[in-house]
Design a protein around this ligand. Sequence first.
Ligand SMILES: O=c1ccn([C@@H]2O[C@H](COP(=O)(O)O)[C@@H](O)[C@H]2O)c(=O)[nH]1
Length: 238
Amino acid sequence: MDNSLIIALDFANKIEVEQFLQPFGDRQLFVKVGMELYYQEGPSIIHLLKEKGHRIFLDLKLHDIPNTVKNAMKGLARLDCDLVNVHAAGGKEMMQAALEGLEAGTSMGRKRPYCIAVTQLTSTSEEQMNKEQLIPVSLIDSVLHYSVLAKEAGLDGVVCSAWEAEQIREKVGQPFLTVTPGIRLKEDQTGDQKRIATPDFARNAGVSAIVVGRSITRSADPVQTYQKWMEIWKGVHS
Ligand SMILES: O=c1ccn([C@@H]2O[C@H](COP(=O)(O)O)[C@@H](O)[C@H]2O)c(=O)[nH]1
């Protein structure tokens, strides 16, 4: 997981995914499949990406009663992804149930996928959280609270913004993954994200992985843009 750049494949269907991936040739990537793509294509999209050797973050953000999450995770474990997630707002019991399901669904001799919890979405501002979710604390306190809850539940880390990663590490200790979407180059549009950061900022904050979607997927030349990102993120030509 260390220092990965995960490309968010936010596409409407398999055809769009194949069109996007084709110019990358045989290069093996770390990709994220979210609700948009998975709800359209189902498990077959995971099989297809795995056949091509890509690592997969299945970003379905489960949030339901513990029994439902446990059984859903049992099924998702069979897809053999690298990383899956839940919403920390579902509570500690739900997060523990997610892990139980994952362990039950993982075949003998295989490693279960990492499981992380979304703290506060990177599209959430402190004002929205206070006024709409009626959570009367600062955004960082809410994120730290959910991170501690996730750790206590036995999860492997959290989804947060790069702005919170350092404080999470201090509070929760290591090993604990911080996977950070909302990463933007200076020239990129912010879009619907509220807590954005540059790749330089994220690297200095010591995040475990960055998630990059539209900056790469909607660019005129995705391969070139990916290479540019990798140079900035890792300081290497990929
Ligand atoms: O808090 C969160 C959790 C998940 N995401 C997902 O990451 C990508 C970000 O895409 P961009 O185009 O780079 O904004 C997207 O798939 C989200 O569903 C997030 O942004 N924030």
